[in-house]
Design a protein around this ligand. Structure first.
Ligand SMILES: [Zn+2]
Ligand SMILES: [Zn+2]
Length: 362
């Protein structure tokens, strides 16, 4: 493995403050998170950033690193004070697809060890949730309010989410709220600091534990939530609803709810941004002479003028009948492609008329 300058990886100077390191990490982690960045090598870069942050974000490790350089952290080294494989890379998959880089970084910060004492973890935040919501093109056209039902860990009503009453220091972590754990992840083995299970990372336990939620402060509950879907929303868009994720452990902050929009295919129209595309069938006589025809819209029907001399494949525009623009006033259009139909069978009389027409065209 190549020698790494963790300061360079995060793009901060040697004397950078914790805040600077944290800010640099957040920026880079967002940029290279494999869920957000599909470029090749993003996962490796993300791993490298986490590695650097896990060392520089932890006072003890940073001191060691400043003194001995990256040698102190080599894979399988085993000679350093940290034992082998002490990269403390972060297993982001355990965060339910969440992008809470703050709490990830706090996990690094909290990694100073049990001796640290009074430091408390903030990892009691509830998980983020994702909900896939299907909407029709008609819904997208003007925007819509939808009610969805979500079953999740909600705040326990009996103890107001606190989990109990009468606080005492946790006897397992002695108030630190954290313990170390080795995990296998797609990127290899990592040691992570995780919240203490006895106290859910809070560092304290209750004298009187709430019997309704067994001290977690959370209860399974089905909740109806109204989602405001703006007009013109695109397939795959994510709407974030602050605090509508799972409740935190023992009064911790709630996670967020992400609504992922799926726009159902439509029988008549295809979508092109805020325009709609469809076909109109007309006879070759209508094409030649021009006509007024009924065409479908999202609201029903409209009449459209076919100009004389319309050619097969011509596109006629019905203005303002498309989808409402999301970021500006007005609407898109409907674009109709002309399909000109030629009769398969003709009567004698029709044939005669067409032959006369042909002769007149020569
Ligand atoms: Zn504990
Ligand atoms: Zn309770």
């Amino acid at each position: 493995m190549a020698e790494k300058d963790y300061y360079k990886v995060l793009g901060v100077p040697k004397g950078a403050s914790k805040e600077d390191i944290k800010a640099a990490y957040k920026k880079l982690a967002k940029q290279h998170h494999p869920d957000l960045n599909k470029e090749e090598g993003a996962a490796d870069k993300f791993k490298e950033i986490n590695e650097a942050a896990s060392v520089l974000g932890d006072e003890e490790k940073r001191k060691q690193y400043d003194q001995y350089g990256p040698d102190a952290f080599k894979y399988g080294g085993g000679q350093s004070g940290f034992g082998s494989q002490d990269f403390s890379g972060f297993d982001f998959s355990s965060f339910g697809g969440g992008f809470d880089f703050d709490s990830i970084f706090d996990t690094f910060f909290g990694g100073g060890g049990m001796g640290g004492g009074r430091r408390r973890a903030r990892s009691n935040r509830g998980s983020d949730l994702a909900y896939e919501l299907s909407v029709s093109l008609e819904d997208v056209s003007d925007g819509v309010k939808k009610k969805i039902k979500i079953t999740k860990n909600d705040e326990c009503a009996k103890c107001d989410g606190k989990g109990g009453s009468g606080e005492d220091t946790c006897t397992v972590c002695h108030g630190a709220g954290m313990y170390r754990e080795t995990r296998r992840t797609p990127f290899g083995m990592f040691q992570t600091t995780a919240p203490c299970r006895n106290c859910q990372g809070s560092g304290s336990i209750f004298k009187h534990v709430c019997d309704d939620c067994q001290g977690t402060g959370r209860k399974r509950n089905t909740k109806t939530i109204e989602v405001n879907i703006p007009a013109g929303i695109m397939e795959g868009a994510r709407l974030r609803m602050n605090g509508e994720g799972e409740a935190g452990y023992r009064g911790g902050p709630s996670g967020d709810l992400y609504i992922i929009i799926h726009v159902e295919p439509h029988d008549v129209f295809e979508r092109d941004d805020d325009d709609l595309l469809s076909d109109v069938r007309i006879s070759f006589v209508q094409a030649a002479l021009g006509d007024k025809v009924k065409v479908p819209t999202l609201k029903g029907e409209a009449s459209m003028r076919i100009p004389a001399g319309t050619q097969p494949g011509d596109v006629l525009r019905l203005k303002g009948e498309g989808l409402k623009h999301m970021h500006s006033f007005g609407r898109g259009d409907i674009l109709f492609t002309m399909i000109v139909e030629v009769p398969r069978h003709l009567s004698r009389k029709q044939e005669k008329i067409l032959k006369e027409l042909e002769a007149s065209l020569e």
